[in-house]
Design a protein around this ligand. Structure first.
Ligand SMILES: Nc1nc2c(c(=O)[nH]1)N[C@H]1C(S)=C(S)[C@@H](COP(=O)(O)O)O[C@H]1N2
Ligand SMILES: [Mo]
Length: 252
């Protein structure tokens, strides 16, 4: 039987500003507004603290709904694991192996000493949010592949992360594009832990799930292997505007 007084009649939902189209439960809405007030109080002086607080909350929210909280830049923080170890210049390592002549392990200092490429493009997540004109800076992946000496039998590259769970991959042709970086900086700052620092992948022309955070391994392989989200339904060739049934404006 139908309830005579459905809850909605008493509590009409309000649209949530920049996320009008997102279906969002009342409890989450109220939580968001509460944190919004906190943000207004805390943001001017505690932006960094707020960022890590939000990142911590996001890490415990597999739905990604904490991404709707105000975060000063339009980004949402995603992690598929509940916690991620912190790495810095003292203990960070990036290992390149697989079908290469010269397997190599780079420190952060090694990567910083290489020629850096900076580009400014929109970021597009497959769930719909887009952040305009975001600077990324780092070493071209093609340079690292050339230095390692890719063997002729190779056809793809697989990426692993020190969160211990996330994976991605690209064909060798995609990986060698000039707009694919092993990024050390984002928004003209060293990559923060929440954004995948100290080093993340940046695949400018593809949906942001390709840009693996907390990058720790690059393995040259024969064939493309589906990554974490691709095993859960996302397209392997993730061109912005030409995949995942979406028609967003291309980013690169
Ligand atoms: N290691 C790792 N990388 C990741 C993810 C993740 O959960 N873990 N999420 C992906 C997705 S779906 C997006 S939209 C972006 C989010 O990046 P951000 O947290 O810096 O906004 O990271 C991508 N790379
Ligand atoms: Mo995403």
């Amino acid at each position: 039987m139908n309830s005579e007084r459905p809850e909605e009649a008493e509590e009409p939902e309000k649209p949530l500003g920049r996320d009008r189209g997102t279906p969002i439960g009342r409890r989450v809405l109220l939580g968001t507004l509460g944190l919004g007030a906190l943000g207004v109080v805390a943001a001017p002086t505690l932006q960094r603290g707020m960022e890590s607080f939000l990142a911590g909350a996001a890490e415990k929210d597999p739905t990604g709904l904490t991404g709707l909280l105000p975060n000063g830049g339009g980004f949402r923080y995603y992690s598929v694991t509940s916690s991620v170890p912190r790495k810095n210049a003292q203990n960070y390592q990036l290992k390149i192996d697989g079908l290469v002549d010269r397997p190599t392990t780079y420190t952060l200092a090694d990567l910083r000493a290489m020629p850096q490429t900076r580009m400014v493009k929109d970021v597009q997540c497959v769930t719909g949010w887009r952040v305009p004109g975001t600077p990324f800076e780092g070493v071209r992946l093609s340079r690292l592949l050339d230095a390692a000496g890719v063997r002729s039998s190779a056809g793809a590259v697989r990426f692993t992360c020190f969160d211990g769970a996330y994976t991605e991959s690209l064909t060798l042709d995609q990986a060698r594009r000039a707009d694919v970086l092993v990024a050390l900086r984002m928004q003209d700052k060293n990559l923060s832990h929440s954004h995948g620092g100290p080093v993340r992948l940046y695949v400018a022309p593809m949906y942001f799930y390709k840009s693996a955070k907390w990058l720790s391994g690059i393995t040259v392989t024969e064939d493309v292997q589906a990554g974490y989200w691709e095993n859960r339904g996302y397209d392997i060739d993730a061109w912005v505007g030409r995949s995942n049934g979406r028609d967003d404006e291309p980013t690169s």
